[in-house]
Design a binder for this molecule. Structure first.
Ligand code: ZN
Length: 130
């Protein structure tokens, strides 16, 4: 079960420093949807909703926002489940042998987060308590 959550001030500042003003309003949730599990996945983006494991670090947020911003730019107002990016994601997942680590859209998001955060920053806890 996931519930609405908010970023810590420290992680929000890092996110704003990297992305500036986001092209859409995003909502964060503590807890993953039923169809994804750890340890493979620590976050998932469905449209403007970003689901995170409770102890997620800010690098996961930067990673998921990379997906969210790219999808938004590509699709505009189309609901997330009809967006071409999701079909492309699924197709590339199959073509890459169901490998999350080899998936090119994952690789791009990982590299973006690594490039924009120091190792120390990437370990900052993302979600506020309560
Ligand atoms: Zn990803």
């Amino acid at each position: 079960m996931s519930k609405r959550a908010y970023l810590t001030l420290e992680s929000w500042k890092l996110v704003r420093g990297i992305y500036g003003e986001l092209p859409m309003r995003v909502s964060f949730f503590k807890g993953l949807p039923w169809f994804v599990t750890r340890p493979l996945v620590e976050g998932i983006t469905l449209g403007e909703n970003i689901y995170l494991v409770p102890d997620a670090t800010v690098d996961v947020v930067v990673h998921e926002l990379y997906h969210a911003v790219n999808q938004k730019m590509a699709a505009g107002v189309i609901p997330w489940f009809l967006r071409p990016a999701y079909f492309r994601y699924a197709l590339l997942f199959v073509l890459n042998g169901f490998s999350y680590s080899r998936h090119p859209m994952e690789k791009a998001a990982r590299e973006f987060a690594t490039k924009n955060l120091t190792l120390q920053q990437s370990q900052i806890r993302a979600l506020r308590e309560g």
